[in-house]
Design a protein around this ligand. Sequence first.
Ligand SMILES: NC(=O)c1ccc[n+]([C@@H]2O[C@H](COP(=O)([O-])OP(=O)(O)OC[C@H]3O[C@@H](n4cnc5c(N)ncnc54)[C@H](O)[C@@H]3O)[C@@H](O)[C@H]2O)c1
Length: 379
Amino acid sequence: MTVLKKLSVTNHNKSFKYSILIGDDFIDILEKNFSKTLKGKKIYVMYDEFFYKLKLIKTLIDNFKKLSTKFSSEIFFFKTKSKDKFKNFENLSNLLNYILSHKINRDSVIISVGGGVTGDLVGFASSIVLRGVKCIHIPTTLLSQVDSSVGGKTGINTKHGKNLVGAFNRPEGVLIDINFLKTLPERELFAGFAEVIKYSFIYDKKFFKYLENNTESIRKLKSPYIENTIFRSCQIKAKIVSIDEKEQGIRAILNFGHTFAHAFENLINYDDKKLIHGEAVAIGMVCAFKLSVYLNLCSKKEAERCIGLISKFNLPTKLKDIKNIKLVSKKLLDKFYLDKKVKNGKITFILSNGIGSALIKNDIKEKTLKIFLDELINE
Ligand SMILES: NC(=O)c1ccc[n+]([C@@H]2O[C@H](COP(=O)([O-])OP(=O)(O)OC[C@H]3O[C@@H](n4cnc5c(N)ncnc54)[C@H](O)[C@@H]3O)[C@@H](O)[C@H]2O)c1
């Protein structure tokens, strides 16, 4: 049995539905669950460059070719560059030119196999080429499995900022193969755990206890702990997205820790040698807990327990963990105003009012924030 777990993503009026399938053999899952979508079609496999770098490309291509023979499909392959700096117009254009020059048609299917960068880029391309063709995501990093492949957001970065050009695009399906995590660099794996832990902080105290009690087994990708962890994470994100797909309300809680994280990432110029996104989120969540305690929304004891879980997953928890950065409260405040959640000149923070519960706060006075930040920076 290769499908170990399955869940559906939908919206509040059930106008669409697709499945997330978690298993350990994505080719087999494709064959058994997507034959109708793929049979006799042109299939465009857009794969992350890591397959090439880790010499896994031959196996990937051979497996897809066998599948296309069984399905009497035509198959094409295109390598995508990973890392955020390549999620841009130039690579979008290269990808679109490739599929257009290989005569994509409305019945064709695009498959992305890679991390969040590949998924966002390919998902966006599939939403605009011929005004939209079918897309299947096969996310290969933990972050893309539990976060970016769920919820339909796709897009690219521009010189004006991250993810500023994009579209909501619902895939045909998402296939999560846990074997991909075995080749993922440790740093990327732990960065993915930051988003996993976040779901427990904002939504589910029982899941928090599960993560706390099974940290070692989850970190070592032991079965069934890692499958359960990915499943619950996707379930929580899918649930929140189903209530508020276009981020008009509750979906904002998924940004817990992110107002701080985005400010840090911007201050270090998105230099991934200094900090990758999940690490920024980890430190950002610590800051959000401290602000919650400062505003008497969350008890110090609960906040410390949560910060403890972040460090158990090998993630940074201190501002000092950010290399070569001189933090000044005024500069941080300025960066907060760049956040997409700023409305009518008010900064929005997602804060905690206890483990498993989050709230949206946009009425903190700038003076209060400044005092808090000065204390935080001088800790
Ligand atoms: N669409 C959304 O809702 C959403 C949500 C969160 C993040 N994102 C986006 O996701 C992106 C980050 O995604 P990411 O963290 O997956 O980064 P990534 O795609 O850059 O992948 C990280 C690195 O891991 C490599 N890699 C991928 N899978 C591997 C594997 N199985 N084994 C070995 N190496 C592997 C990649 O080649 C890359 O070098 C950002 O662009 C972010 O904006 C989107």
